[in-house]
Design a binder for this molecule. Structure first.
Ligand SMILES: Cc1cc2nc3c(=O)[nH]c(=O)nc-3n(C[C@H](O)[C@H](O)[C@H](O)COP(=O)(O)O)c2cc1C
Length: 175
């Protein structure tokens, strides 16, 4: 069983984080951390465990937990800024700091428009630390007709980047 940490922070598009969780293949066990600004995750789901963001002693706060990867979907500019400068003041930001130090895959889906120079500079710092910056931006080649198609495209691309096999969207075939 692979372990994936899924952070959900308070940007618009929380629904995308939830849909990402539901689309995860069975062999992935998710450990979910929602910030106070994103308190919408149900505790009753079976394929994931909801962790307390204020509990800094939770398992994901240590590199020894051995998480395979982490994704923060959506990622607010606030959470992104904290991760970029190494602030680890809650379980989500601490877990992200652990992924960076352990050189494990960390994907952030920053949701803001437009981005100011501060956020772009933070993303640059993160990218230099091999963090994957993958905002919810659609590809117009993917024959997207509905909101559902759009969400599947985004989740499919995030899965691709994390190495999670999927057939969620129409790939570019050269035609
Ligand atoms: C309705 C609503 C929508 C928001 N959308 C965004 C957003 O898209 N991106 C963002 O960076 N912040 C957004 N914010 C602001 C964040 O929620 C705020 O900065 C918060 O402190 C983030 O906390 P967190 O990073 O701990 O989740 C939004 C706030 C509200 C109330």
């Amino acid at each position: 069983m692979k372990k994936i940490i899924v952070g959900i922070s308070g940007a618009s598009g929380v629904r995308l984080g939830l849909k990402f969780l539901h689309a995860l293949p069975e062999e992935y066990k998710a450990f979910v951390i929602a910030t106070n600004s994103a308190k919408i995750v149900s505790k009753k789901e079976e394929n994931f465990e909801l962790l307390d963001n204020s509990d800094i002693s939770e398992r994901t706060a240590s590199g020894s937990f051995g998480a395979d990867m982490m994704a923060v979907i959506p990622c607010s500019m606030n959470t992104l800024a904290k991760i970029a400068v190494g602030i680890a003041d809650n379980l989500l930001t601490r877990s992200a700091a652990v992924m960076i130090k352990e050189q494990k895959k960390l994907l952030l889906a920053p949701r803001e428009m437009p981005y100011c120079a501060i956020s772009l500079s933070n993303m640059h710092t993160l990218a230099q630390n091999r963090v994957i910056i993958a905002p919810p931006v659609v590809g117009f080649y993917a024959d997207i007709k509905t909101l559902e198609d759009m969400e599947d495209f985004l989740i499919g691309r995030w899965f691709d980047l994390l190495g999670i096999p999927n057939d969620l969207y129409k790939r570019w075939s050269g035609e």
